[in-house]
Design a protein around this ligand. Structure first.
Ligand SMILES: Cc1cc2nc3c(=O)[nH]c(=O)nc-3n(C[C@H](O)[C@H](O)[C@H](O)COP(=O)(O)OP(=O)(O)OC[C@H]3O[C@@H](n4cnc5c(N)ncnc54)[C@H](O)[C@@H]3O)c2cc1C
Length: 395
């Protein structure tokens, strides 16, 4: 395995880091406090090509390979302190754009991808429901076919980007076809009659990434809204989540690298008891552990990128990486605050925000517990990854 980046990859990442440092951080403390999404920065990300990273060139994207995307996202995470903006970008890229690249018909690709790359069309992914989170396929949202159209009924919660989304990837089950084969995926435009989105949900971290609830009340969509064949919703969801959990924490490497550098700097310059605090082993070992976790996290993600680029299976590796990197992200966030003492606890130092943002990573895209269950299943230890089969039950 070759760990060297090509000169092109190095240049792309260096430019991205400079761009992110310069363009994406203004007013962040206030935006985080108020929970404001930076729409103008979203456009800047589109202009530099970030929103089209995995999209073929003919649809307006960069068609980047997995290794380039992994390293580019680390650079973005290092330069851009707005983890919420990056999270919205991840939701758009991996849970909205990528499934259209993978499963979309020529018409769907033509219709959505150029706008998604250009920053004109924002995507969200609506799977989770009030009664089904980890047990995702126990969904209650139903779809019924009436002639040439489909009618959707139900509610989705925790939908990232929902308040700003132009299109939502919605999963629903046909009550007449019980079981996984009854689940289908639909691209539902935001202005479709019968679809409403709640006001943004306030949350602990990632506050600049809007989240909302989606309600479907007799929401009728044409047959061409179906993503993939009818009944292929489980395959669409599983592929999408595997891809999302492979990339969604690449930017966390950048955040961890930035916070590590700040800790080294602080430990060398902050004096107590007549010495720099970094000379106390309790402090230096904590920093060494941060570095060790960052290196291990990067190795796991780069191996994953190599596997994706070489068409190797990644079911176990994607789950392992998701658990390890998210846990490392949280622990490093805790360490960074601790090393900065009282200053680390203040909003002004902007470390407490990284910690609040990091905590969500153990939950979204499948919790750490579910990732371990998935890995156990794919290692042949258990027969099932989730509980019930879909029934279209009432919440
Ligand atoms: C910031 C953020 C963004 C999100 N964005 C989206 C989005 O865009 N679209 C979307 O559809 N969803 C989204 N989600 C929802 C997310 O996918 C769910 O929160 C997650 O899957 C967990 O579901 P739940 O919250 O219902 O928790 P539950 O499933 O109720 O789990 C509660 C606890 O029980 C544990 N648990 C449950 N089952 C098991 C088991 N079998 N074995 C061991 N432990 C178990 C869980 O690990 C967890 O600790 C988002 C969540 C967050 C926090």
């Amino acid at each position: 395995m070759d760990f060297d980046l090509t000169p092109e990859q190095r240049e792309f990442c260096a430019n991205l880091e400079t761009f992110a440092l310069k363009e994406l951080n203004d007013g962040l403390v206030e935006r985080d406090r108020e929970g404001v999404f930076a729409a103008e920065n979203w456009r800047k990300c589109a202009d530099i090509g970030l929103l089209g990273l995995p999209v073929p060139v003919e649809h307006g994207g960069l068609a980047a390979d997995a290794t380039t995307m992994m390293t580019a996202l680390e650079s973005l995470g290092y330069g851009c302190r707005d983890n919420g903006l990056i999270f919205s970008l991840h939701a758009h890229l991996w849970a909205g754009t990528s499934p259209i690249v993978r499963f979309g018909s020529p018409g769907q690709r033509e219709r959505y991808l150029p706008g998604m790359c250009a920053g004109d069309v924002i995507a969200g992914h609506a799977m989770t429901e009030p009664g089904s989170g980890s047990d995702a396929f126990a969904m209650a949202t139903t779809v019924t076919r009436t002639g040439g159209t489909y009618v959707l009924n139900g509610s989705k919660v925790f939908v990232s980007n929902a308040p700003i989304a132009d299109v939502l990837l919605v999963f629903a089950v046909d009550p007449a076809k019980r079981g996984f084969a009854g689940v289908s995926a639909f691209l539902v435009d935001r202005d479709t009659p019968g679809l409403t989105v709640s006001r943004p949900v306030s949350k602990m971290g990632l506050r600049t990434s809007p989240m909302g609830e989606v309600h479907l009340d007799g929401c009728e969509v044409a047959a061409d809204a179906l993503l993939g064949p009818e009944g292929a919703g489980m395959a669409v969801f599983n592929w999408t989540m595997e891809r999302e959990r492979s990339f969604i924490l690449a930017s966390a490497l950048g955040t961890m690298r930035r916070d590590l550098e700040r800790c080294v700097d602080h430990a060398r310059t902050r004096g107590q008891f007549g010495r720099p605090i970094g000379s106390f082993q309790a402090v230096s070992h904590r920093i060494v552990d941060m570095r060790m976790r960052l290196d291990a996290a990067r190795l796991l993600l780069h191996r994953l990128a190599w596997q994706i680029d070489n068409d190797r299976p990644t079911k176990v590796e994607a789950a392992l990486a998701k658990v390890f990197v998210s846990e490392a992200f949280v622990q490093s966030g805790l360490d960074a605050v601790q090393i900065h003492g009282g200053y680390g606890y203040t909003t002004e130092y902007e470390l407490e925000r990284d910690l609040r943002d990091a905590l969500a990573s153990r939950i979204y895209s499948g919790t750490s517990e579910i990732q371990r269950n998935l890995a156990a299943h794919h290692m042949g230890l258990t027969t099932r990854t989730t509980g019930r089969r879909p029934t279209g039950r009432k919440n």
